[in-house]
Design a protein around this ligand. Structure first.
Ligand SMILES: C[S@@+](CC[C@H](N)C(=O)[O-])C[C@H]1O[C@@H](n2cnc3c(N)ncnc32)[C@H](O)[C@@H]1O
Length: 285
């Protein structure tokens, strides 16, 4: 039977809980996924010291981490991530000295308990904190780990009520799938609304810039929304179903049908609206 997941990237659970990531699948939509990081970068003020010390939390395959070297060519930058697959890809493609005299490296860390082990000028995170339900509880420690005049900046998807995610959660909770997949489709409920993020950072004494944007993404190809979520929101489901190819194929067929109705293709592609929340917290110098 044909499968949507190539054997080389077939998910399997490493420790029974963390989703297995597939850098190749994730990078298939790198253009749309990089745009919000550039929008975030544009709002980050000058850093207090040079060469700067920078952390990227949940760096994934490292392609957006590498963009930091363009703005801060002499910086020492470390990307932290939980996924061995993502770290391998980031290290293979981007680690090492940078042309501006800086250095880029990647380290294993769980953001649920990551604490700054040295003083940073910038801590940044793109599209990762939605996987870390406890993240608002770490803000005080992360701001504390910044040099005066430093910045903490992140972007987080705010689309957990969108059809893509609602349909996934509903399918996981149907009688057919509930026993194996209950809870796997509703991981984004831990994010805060923009005003709540703003309040958290003002309470910590920061100057804050918070905003949201809904990108009207025009995707190409057949079933492009399914292809998109295979790189992100579907990872826990694919990990949980593991090597059961028949179940994977059946689940994807049911989800595909629901997505086709919710996101019908138009003459120029399929519109996939995507809401994202941004916060830039500047620590007083
Ligand atoms: C959607 S990707 C974003 C990657 C990258 N920041 C980007 O913008 O392309 C989310 C990343 O968060 C990582 N992640 C999820 N939970 C994590 C945790 N608890 N600790 C560290 N990294 C985590 C995943 O491994 C994945 O690489």
């Amino acid at each position: 039977m044909h499968s949507d997941i190539a054997p080389a990237v077939r998910p399997h659970s490493l420790d029974g809980s963390a989703p297995v990531w597939d850098p190749q699948q994730y990078l298939r939509h790198a253009g749309h996924r990089t745009r919000p990081f550039l929008d975030l970068l544009n709002r980050i003020p000058e850093l207090p010291t040079g060469p700067a010390r920078i952390a990227d939390l949940g760096c994934g395959p490292g392609n957006v981490t590498a963009l930091l070297t363009e703005r801060w060519p002499d910086a020492r930058i470390t990307g932290f991530d939980l996924s061995p697959q993502m770290l391998q890809r980031a290290t293979d493609e981007h680690a090492g000295p940078t042309p501006g005299g800086g250095r880029l490296d990647f380290r294993h860390a769980d953001l649920a308990d990551w604490m700054p082990e040295e003083t940073y000028d910038l801590i940044v995170s793109n599209a990762a904190l939605q996987w870390v339900p406890s993240h608002p509880g770490s803000f005080a420690a992360w701001i504390n780990g910044l040099r005066p005049g430093g910045t903490f900046a992140f972007q987080i998807p705010g689309n957990f009520t969108a059809p893509s995610h609602r349909l996934l959660a509903e399918l996981c909770d149907t009688p057919r799938w509930r026993d194996r997949l209950a809870g796997h489709g509703a991981r984004y409920i831990h994010i805060l609304e923009p005003a709540e993020y703003l309040a958290r950072f003002t309470e910590l004494g920061c100057a804050v810039d918070v905003w949201e944007t809904t990108y009207s993404q025009l995707l190409q190809g057949a079933d492009p929304v399914l292809d998109w979520v295979k790189g992100t929101a579907l990872r826990p489901v694919l990990t949980a179903l593991g090597d059961d190819r028949e179940a994977v194929d059946r689940f994807l067929a049911e989800y595909r049908e629901a997505l086709r109705a919710a996101y019908p293709p138009g003459p120029r592609g399929t519109v996939f609206p995507f809401r994202r929340i941004f916060a830039v917290a500047h620590k007083e110098a």
